[in-house]
Design a protein around this ligand. Structure first.
Ligand SMILES: [Zn+2]
Length: 183
């Protein structure tokens, strides 16, 4: 009997007859290749069966359900936010429409102008009072204070220029470092 026939029997799905099985067993004793083939084939069969029966890891269903619940919760939060945002937007537009239609926009503008005028008036009056106050100070002291204030103003301008110059230089250095890093 040829070696091929034994291989066929080993790999055959259908059961062998009594005589065939005996012949195969006898051959397996003497043929190492066929023994290896039989063992390998049986291992492959076991592997295929175990992978067919492969069940999802324990808790898979509950994990899946939790995932669905989380997704639902996330969607609900997004929906609530959309509703809230639309409500705010709607209220804004509604108030704007109400102001324009009811003519309270003109009242609102009038109030705004009145308040601004009052603020300007208050500042102006304050300034004129300040001028009056300064006018009562002797002129020599006024000049001294004026020169001193000019000096302070100059100091601030110099300080500001220095800070701007330094900031620009730092900015350039940072840019240079970036370019250097990119190279
Ligand atoms: Zn053989």
């Amino acid at each position: 009997m040829s070696h091929k026939q034994y291989e066929k029997w080993i790999l055959n799905d259908s059961p062998l007859s009594e005589e065939e099985r005996k012949l195969l067993d006898a051959h397996l004793v003497v043929c190492e290749n066929c023994r290896k083939l039989k063992k390998g084939w049986q291992n492959s069969l076991q592997l295929m069966q175990s992978s067919e029966q492969h069940k999802p890891a324990p808790g898979f269903t509950s994990r899946w359900q939790i995932k669905i619940q989380q997704e639902h919760r996330r969607k609900r939060i997004v929906r609530n936010r959309i509703i809230l945002f639309s409500s705010v937007l709607f209220m804004l537009f509604a108030s704007a429409a109400y102001i324009v239609l009811s003519g309270s926009l003109s009242a609102f503008l009038a109030n705004l102008i009145t308040i601004s005028a009052q603020v300007i008036l208050f500042i102006t009056r304050g300034l004129s009072e300040l001028t009056l106050f300064f006018n009562e100070i002797p002129s020599i002291l006024r000049w001294s204070i004026g020169i001193f204030m000019m000096g302070v103003a100059n100091m601030f301008i110099i300080l500001l220029s220095y800070l701007i110059w330094k900031a620009r230089r730092n900015h350039k250095e940072v840019q240079g470092a970036h370019i250097y890093a990119q190279d």
